[in-house]
Write a protein that binds this ligand. Structure first.
Ligand code: ADP
Ligand code: MG
Length: 277
């Protein structure tokens, strides 16, 4: 099972759009996928057509200790499940502030639910902050995907994000790796987008080989700006159902294939005994 945290402490960079469409695309390819909506704004849940206002179970109850993970997930479509968020999740940051083992609530809940037998992928849509919910995502994840909108300040926030990942890796989760940056809201043919992409690649190439992002790639599949991607959430469905012929649909399908193609590489890396002592 690959457990992907889609994370960036900035809002509006494409986290939710990427979480939902990546998950839906993987499900379409026959993978069993569960989206965990960790943002109290519940945009991923709404995007998948679930409005938790009606007293539906949500991931909040897992953090609060009232429900198991299995009790809060629901089937959205074939191969695709969702652990919805609701606004109560905003209280989780405070409620867990002094709790023992607060960094591992989600990880334990997934283990207790036998998630690794039930799903091929978990995709976690993180809130735009580095609080306890994001820390729970990072302690549970095997991989981090960073959606990035290429503009002048994009790389500044990235080093903070990388520092946090490095800290979590050291303290909480040795297996965590940043596997890639997804360029979102990409303006094809602009000088700025190309420059930021080059800078980003340079930054990754010359980073410390021991760092958790040392092998991070910039996904070749860039997600172009496409109005259909902005419309799909209000229809409560992924881009693939909303407009399968759109460029948004093409771009996310390419990303899905790229992510699946990495499975083999990850499997052989896992089997390879470490070269280092
Ligand atoms: P985040 O979760 O990081 O806050 P979102 O995924 O919600 O970001 O995206 C922010 C806004 O931009 C949303 O309204 C979304 O529909 C829109 N959006 C995201 N990606 C694209 C894209 N490639 N083209 C057009 N609009 C997009
Ligand atoms: Mg979001």
């Amino acid at each position: 099972m690959r457990v992907i945290a889609v994370m960036n402490q900035k809002g509006g960079v494409g986290k939710t759009t990427t979480s939902v469409n990546l998950a839906a695309g993987l499900a379409e390819q026959g993978k069993r996928v569960c989206v965990i909506d960790l943002d109290p704004q519940a945009h991923a849940s709404l995007h998948l057509g679930i409005d938790v206002a009606g007293g539906t179970n949500s991931i909040y109850q897992v953090f609060a200790g009232g429900k198991t993970f299995t009790e809060v997930i629901q089937l959205i479509e074939q191969n695709l499940w969702l652990a919805p968020a609701d606004i109560d999740l905003a209280a989780t940051e405070l409620e867990l502030v002094d709790a023992d083992g607060r960094e591992f609530v989600l990880r334990k809940a997934l283990a207790a639910a036998g998630a690794s037998e039930k799903f091929d992928y978990i995709v976690m849509d993180c809130p735009p902050s580095l609080g306890v919910l994001t820390i729970n995502a990072l302690s549970t994840a095997t991989e981090v995907f960073i959606p990035l909108q290429p503009h002048f300040f994009a790389l500044q926030g990235l080093s903070k994000l990388f520092e946090t990942t490095a800290l979590v890796t050291r303290r909480l989760n040795r297996e965590l790796r940043v596997s890639g940056v997804v360029l979102c809201l990409y303006e094809t043919g602009t000088r700025l987008a190309a420059d930021v992409t080059d800078d980003l690649m340079f930054f990754l190439e010359q980073s410390d080989p021991e760092a958790p992002w040392a092998n991070a790639q910039v996904f070749a599949s860039k997600i172009r700006r496409n109005i259909k991607l902005a419309e799909a959430p209000s229809h409560g469905t992924s881009i693939f159902k909303y407009d399968p012929a759109s460029s948004g649909s093409q771009d996310y399908r390419n990303l899905v294939l790229e992510v699946i193609a990495a499975e083999q590489r990850i499997r052989s890396a896992d089997q390879q005994p470490s070269q280092k002592a």
